[in-house]
Design a protein around this ligand. Structure first.
Ligand code: PXG
Length: 289
């Protein structure tokens, strides 16, 4: 596997970063996960824009332009001979002295990995996912900005552990007020009486790219959407529920905390959104070959 690292494509075993890198020492850095389908990168510009917004928010001065980062992303995928898969971009604060001060790190490091990812077994895309609510809360937006796709994922990792230990593959995370924020690596949607609802970003959700694709599809289909504070109650009484994310794509949810949602099968509207999503994914995007 060829890895893009600070301007060069190198072999995997040569792709190394310093133990003094603040990305490793403090989680001081940002990332993006992007899928490519059929020789085209899905929503590349949106992902790279979010990456640069994350950089701006954490005062990281980017030595590359957005166009350059798009180009390096495409080059890395092409160099690995992949047609469908997943590309991960990581930008760390770079190597510096010990101590939190990011100004100790003169230049950020970037690496790009083009690979594949599978979050959930195929059967759950057909039959739906059983999820649980975890006790681990999302940090308050004033503590850690939810829009920043940072390298601080310990909160999400601990929530994922709770899911697994509770016999589920994914967990709903609540914020400090008890409102639904999102899952550990996906945004959450539900349908009630034909209306699509999803939590507010200010309730602690990442402003997901797949989330915005779903909102576009809803607009195209003329389905009413509300972005609002949701509680577990709203999920319990929902007709349908599904999760979205680059890695997860669109996956139906059929129970929460062992309570059946709707009729316990992936819903009609969810299936329609799944289909629309795959059509968009397979037929749009930035060619990389
Ligand atoms: N919430 C969180 C906390 C995420 O990390 C999403 C929502 C969905 O956002 P997008 O923009 O992808 O629709 C994410 C994204 C991985 C992996 O390696 C995780 C994500 C994306 C890609 C890979 O587990 N999470």
């Amino acid at each position: 596997m060829k890895i893009w690292l600070d301007g060069k494509l190198v072999e995997e075993n040569e792709a190394k970063i310093s133990v003094f890198d603040h990305g490793l020492l403090y989680g001081d850095g940002i990332f993006e996960g992007i899928r490519f389908y059929n020789g085209r990168v899905f929503r590349l510009e949106e992902h790279i824009t979010r990456l640069f917004d994350s950089a701006k928010a954490i005062l990281m001065k980017m030595p590359w332009t957005q166009e350059e980062v798009c180009k390096y992303t495409c080059e890395t995928i092409a160099a690995n001979g992949l047609t469908n898969g997943y590309v991960r971009l990581v930008i760390t604060r770079g190597a510096g002295e010990l101590g939190l001060n990011p100004y100790q790190c003169p230049t950020p490091s970037m690496f790009i990995i083009a690979s594949t990812i599978k979050l959930y077994p195929e059967e759950h895309y057909q039959n739906g996912l059983a999820i649980i609510t975890c006790a681990t809360r999302r940090p308050a937006p004033a503590a850690l900005m939810p829009q920043v796709k940072s390298l601080n994922y310990l909160n999400n990792v601990m929530a994922k552990v709770e899911a697994i230990q509770g016999g589920a593959l994914e967990a709903v995370m609540l914020n400090e007020q008890g409102y639904v924020a999102e899952c550990t690596g996906d945004n959450l949607f539900l349908f009630k009486n034909g209306v699509l609802s999803t939590p507010l970003i200010s309730d602690g959700a990442l402003d997901g790219i797949t989330r915005s694709v779903i909102l576009e599809i809803a607009e195209k289909l003329g389905i009413k959407v509300t972005e609002r504070s949701l509680t577990r109650y709203d999920i319990f009484i929902a007709d349908e529920c599904f999760l979205t994310g680059t890695a997860a794509e669109v996956i139906p949810v059929v129970s929460l905390d062992r309570r059946v949602i709707g009729d316990g099968k992936p819903g009609v509207l969810t299936k329609q959104f799944l289909k629309e999503f795959h059509e968009l994914a397979m037929n749009s995007g930035t060619p990389f070959a």
